[in-house]
Write a protein that binds this ligand. Sequence first.
Ligand code: ATP
Length: 317
Amino acid sequence: MSILCENCKTKRAVFLRPKNGSKVCKECFIELFEEEVHETIQKFQMFEPKEKIGIGASGGKDSTALIHVLTKLKEKYKYENDFVLISIDEGIHGYRDDSLETVKRNQLFYNLPLEIVSFKDLFGWSLDDIILNLGPSNSCSYCGILRRQALDLAAQKISVKKLATGHNANDAAETVLLNFLRGDSVRISRSSEFIINDQNDFKRCKPFIYAYQKEIVAYAYFNKLDYFSTECPYAVNALRGKPRIFLNDLERVHPSGIIDIIDSGQLFALPDSSIKPKIQKCQKCGAVSSQNLCQACILLEKLNKSKPKIEIEIEKK
Ligand SMILES: Nc1ncnc2c1ncn2[C@@H]1O[C@H](COP(=O)(O)OP(=O)(O)OP(=O)(O)O)[C@@H](O)[C@H]1O
């Protein structure tokens, strides 16, 4: 016997929403999902009128779904914003090169400008070269540090004041738990922020912060979106996998747990006068940093110091 959609009460329910357990038809789910994203954008005033918004486009399901939702919301609610896709090519052979092809297809489909910048051009190192040199154990940290920097530089290059990323509720809850595991009290509240103000003139925002991973997958499936689904070959090394497994279990027995963790992270926000590090500019590149040198410059110094050694070793062979 088929069950009726709890929202429209006419069509057959085809999806059980992990977020709240409601049973809905495809059409209602798509509409509810989009309305919720619109509410998040409005509630946290993520986009100012006339502002050009960058969308971090990796080719994966989250950012592809984000491009689709924002394009629809712009049409429906007459957002006065232009969108531009920004992609970072980290230099991961057999992975990022393929996912960038997906981004290029979507660029044509949605008729949006696309800016691609690579680690190699910006920093002189591809991620594959970095891993070859420093080993795979911290690959996700190295990649995260440089990707953040690369996104900032690309956004500045094309004068984008806001950068929207596809980070979802599960990502945010995972990051809160990860920072607990690392004892990083400063970053606990930051991981669940809806808008991150890195510099006075540049902000990152997360329109999917309340969207569950499984709902994004369903949204992408129902809309037949063209996305790249292969896992990054270096992801196996990430500590992030541990809280992810825990959160998948938690979601089954206590669906609101994901949002509860995000909200708990917010409650850990440190008052300005406490141990919150003073924000300053990196002495080398000028990026916002909590130390004299930003993490990207520290990493690049370490890599560049090891360069002559590699070249001598290659010559010997
Ligand atoms: N190489 C990249 N270029 C541009 N933006 C990126 C890139 N990698 C990640 N992002 C942005 O950061 C968000 C979170 O990235 P993460 O690596 O956690 O991947 P994810 O959760 O699998 O997302 P997606 O499904 O969009 O790849 C992405 O949704 C995207 O907006």
